[in-house]
Design a protein around this ligand. Structure first.
Ligand SMILES: Cc1cc2nc3c(=O)[nH]c(=O)nc-3n(C[C@H](O)[C@H](O)[C@H](O)COP(=O)(O)OP(=O)(O)OC[C@H]3O[C@@H](n4cnc5c(N)ncnc54)[C@H](O)[C@@H]3O)c2cc1C
Length: 491
């Protein structure tokens, strides 16, 4: 399969897709199996995928909106063309700040429930540039492939899924013998033939390609140490979707759910051919330890998105208290303060990581010393923040009624009479709690919570990384000297 066959081919603009072009680009013969075990003919029309695709399509359309275009896109100095800003290689702290504005936009646009919005996807591709010296030492052809891939992605407004984790199976089987592990079973015409599976792949059904990286598989054998890209419509590739969780209905009953979800699914590779130009590294087991270096831009995106989600949580807390008339209760104020502090703390981590950013192979990379502690803090406190929002809401989360019930002549009138909020009608108050339900308590909310917890490694792995990566020697020495530990040792 040639590279051209999988390019989404923008038409209205040479380098930017609009929403309809994005939808059309997904009708590419991909093989996707839904939760009913049926093959999906057109992902853009399937109930489990359509609304999520429509939400993403609106962010593609926004690239052409004069009021938003300079946040969402940029003009490249060399080519004079306009590209999605997510593809801009950050060279300065100011570039990182502009990127933060972009993340702010996509987070507020989707209320942060899409962990892989269009601006996230390029971050892992640009991550390859941050380790280009390592690839240079391995194989100069792979360096060329990376540059071509980034150029291609940028010129075609490509959307990609992260394909990293391994399928869960009996841990007693050695990693290098696991039956489901994705590995190369044949080298053909300079390319690789892959067999096995990869789990979860969020967004894959709604994206163009998957980027495969073997960075979370200690003990992987050389044939399973892969860094490459695969088009979602590659022959031999099947995507098996999990059951949908977003509560669709209408915007009044499910303000968040109605906008769809990011679908997760398992990718089954049955002898999928990866052409040589899409291989970035293979059989180089030393690459397995590069998770944090390779993913630095993506991980900082995760932190930044959560910092804006935290603002949304604080805004929600304030509105719940105002609508219930509980703002004067000291304990309610304490809860709002705690959520506000969560938001401010995540913002501080984000800004500090930008200020302490360093150049890696010509790419300005936010400081891991703030990104990882910030991410750890964000996921450790996330369940508590959700619980505070639920607690503040009281019966509001359950004493909710549908728009059909409000439209009922007799019952609707009674609901309006009995349930008014502070300064708002019963129906408006009801709609707020529909939103809070979607945000904190629905199946979709739990899927997002699970995503936040393990997306880019679970807390245990973050703590492990922090222990190893953080240099505490100066602090330790200061304590050693102050406490006279060396003197005690010598005596
Ligand atoms: C909603 C959702 C979306 C996801 N999307 C993607 C995606 O787009 N792309 C992708 O690649 N992956 C994705 N994942 C998968 C995610 O990357 C993994 O779940 C995560 O890396 C943990 O790996 P695992 O599930 O295989 O856990 P396992 O290795 O099976 O471990 C299970 C649990 O055991 C504990 N544990 C295991 N090993 C250790 C250890 N060494 N130290 C301490 N505790 C340990 C942890 O609590 C861990 O969560 C997604 C997961 C979810 C839930």
């Amino acid at each position: 399969m040639s590279v051209e066959q999988v390019a989404p081919r923008p038409t209205q603009n040479k380098t930017l897709l609009n929403g309809d072009e994005y939808r059309a680009s997904l009708r590419d013969g991909r093989r996707v199996i839904d939760a009913n075990g049926r093959e999906i003919e057109d992902v853009t029309q399937h109930p489990a995928l359509k609304r999520g695709i429509d939400s993403l399509a609106s962010t593609f359309d926004d690239q052409f909106d004069p009021a938003k275009r300079d946040v969402l896109t940029y003009v490249d100095e060399e080519t004079g063309e306009r590209y999605g800003r997510g593809w801009k290689v950050p060279r300065t702290v100011e570039d990182l700040q502009m990127r933060r504005e972009l993340i702010r936009y996509t987070t507020y646009e989707t209320f942060g429930v899409f962990g892989r919005p269009p601006d996230y996807c390029p971050q892992n591709h640009l991550g390859l540039l941050t380790i280009i010296d390592k690839l240079e030492a391995q194989n100069p052809a792979w360096v060329e492939n990376v540059h071509d891939f980034v150029k291609w992605g940028r010129e075609n407004n490509v959307l990609s899924a992260d394909v990293v984790a391994d399928v869960q199976s009996d841990r007693n089987i050695p990693v290098a013998q696991k039956p489901g592990r994705l590995r190369c079973v044949e080298e053909r015409d300079g390319g690789l033939v892959l067999y096995g599976a990869k789990p979860c792949a969020s967004l894959a059904a709604q994206a163009h390609i998957g980027t495969i990286r073997t960075v979370l598989t200690p003990g992987a054998d050389p044939d399973a140490t892969l860094f490459c890209a695969v088009p979602v419509n590659a022959p031999g590739l099947t995507l098996v979707l999990r059951e949908p969780v977003a509560e669709l209905s209408n915007r009044e009953d499910h303000p968040l759910g109605a906008r769809g979800e990011e679908a997760d699914g398992m990718l089954i590779f049955d002898h999928v051919y990866i052409p040589p130009e899409r291989v970035f590294s293979f059989r180089r087991t030393e690459m397995q330890g590069l998770y944090h270096q390779l993913g630095a831009l993506a991980l900082s995106h995760v932190l930044t998105r959560l910092s804006y989600r935290a603002e949304i949580f604080a805004g929600t807390a304030q509105l719940v208290a105002e609508v219930l008339g509980t703002t004067a209760i000291p304990q309610v104020r304490d809860a709002i303060s705690e959520i506000t502090a969560y938001a401010a703390t995540l913002r501080a981590f984000t800004i500090a990581s930008e200020q302490e950013a360093r150049m890696h192979n010509g790419v300005m990379v936010p400081a891991d010393t703030f990104v990882t502690p910030g991410r750890l803090y964000s996921v450790e406190h996330y369940p508590r923040i959700m619980q505070l929002l639920r607690d503040m809401s009281g019966q509001g989360l359950i004493s909710r009624f549908t728009s059909a019930q409000f439209d009922h002549d007799e019952i609707g009138a009674k609901l309006e009479e009995f349930l008014p909020g502070t300064g708002v009608s019963a129906r408006a108050k009801n709609q707020l709690f529909n939103f809070v339900w979607d945000l904190t308590s629905s199946s979709h909310a739990m899927r997002v919570a699970l995503f936040e917890n393990v997306n880019s490694t679970p807390p245990a792995a973050m703590r492990h990384h922090l222990y190893q990566a953080f240099d505490r020697s100066e602090w330790t020495q200061a304590v050693r000297e102050f406490a006279g530990v060396d003197e005690v040792k010598e005596r």
